[in-house]
Design a binder for this molecule. Structure first.
Ligand code: R5P
Length: 301
């Protein structure tokens, strides 16, 4: 039995109890577990995140660069704040010693051969808890053929996530024939936020992206999209951050680079350190040259 404590005597009456606001836009009223999970995704010091998206296989199979996640992606994992992936890849390929945040793909159904907007929820919340995920990602197809169904997937996931303290990432998916302009993205992002998404992944557009972030009451992370030259991808990331994005969720522009580790480090320098695109590109070239030099030296031994 511990000795009975004498009643405490120093109550620091001159120090007011701190009452801090939470660092992420629109997230102050969330519960502790939600905020803790969001703090695993977004770095509380910078308020930003570098998410590495590798979930492409859920509708298009072994995408270029993701044929062997163990070989191509694991070396990048230490530089990602968050991996965005499916539970299949998580369980089979990601070592449980990985301590970064996991954002789990929670919707799916149609393959690239069918109507992509016809998704349903594809993960039970109990399994998400078992996998200790930091958030769940769901595709929302505003203007798509199965718009209502995909919005309903999101709202059901928000309800379930709220029960367990798991934030929901809404991913705005744009159909091939739809206009990718500020008006569309304002509409899509705002609908997702109004209906409860905790943060949103959406595409960068050069004209009016700041109106998309301004009119969305929760954080936005910039989607990467198809592979472009590294300087362009770094410039797009920089501009998105300047115009209010709270980070990036990038896949092909990192893992399809011919120097993926150098690229993810360069992206980090833009997102977390505010490097300008040309400086970050310089860093990319320098790291790329070093990595090629190391590889060459390894071969001549
Ligand atoms: C689709 O919208 C998915 O979220 C993707 O599989 C993935 O996240 C896209 O990443 P990226 O366009 O940067 O390759």
């Amino acid at each position: 039995m511990p000795e009975a404590d004498k009643e405490g005597k120093d109550y620091y009456l001159d120090i007011p109890v701190t009452c801090e606001g939470f660092f992420l836009k629109g997230s102050n009223a969330l519960d502790w577990g939600m905020k803790n999970r969001l703090s695993r995704i977004f770095n509380p010091e910078t308020g930003r995140t570098v998410m590495l998206a590798i979930d492409h296989g859920y509708f298009q199979g072994p995408t270029t660069g993701l044929e062997r996640v163990d070989v191509n992606i694991l070396p990048l994992a230490p530089y990602a704040d968050t991996l965005m992936l499916t539970r299949g890849i998580l369980r089979t390929t990601i070592p449980p010693t990985f301590t970064g945040a996991i954002v789990l793909r929670a919707s799916g159904g149609p393959s690239i051969l069918k109507e992509l907007s016809n998704e349903q929820l594809a993960v039970d919340l109990e399994d998400a808890v078992r996998l200790n995920v930091a958030a769940l990602a769901v595709q929302v197809f505003i203007g798509g053929e199965y718009e209502t169904q995909s919005v309903h997937n999101m709202t059901r996931l928000v309800d379930a996530g709220t029960r367990y303290g798991i934030p929901i990432l809404a991913v705005t998916a744009v159909g091939k024939d739809m206009a990718r302009d500020a008006r569309y993205f304002r509409l899509a992002c705002r609908i997702c936020a109004e209906l409860g998404a905790h943060y949103i992944k959406t595409y960068y557009i050069p004209d009016g992206f700041e109106t998309v972030t301004a009119s969305c009451p929760v954080p936005i992370v910039m989607a990467g999209g198809k592979k472009v030259p590294e300087l362009d991808a770094l410039t797009m990331s920089y501009n998105a951050i300047q115009k209010g994005a709270a980070g990036v969720d990038m896949g092909r522009n990192i893992f399809q680079s011919d120097a993926p580790v150098a690229m993810i480090k360069a992206v980090r320098s833009v997102v977390h350190e505010g490097l300008k695109p040309k400086q970050a590109y310089g860093l990319f070239l320098e790291l790329k040259a070093k990595s090629k030099g190391v590889k060459k030296a390894g071969r001549t031994k």
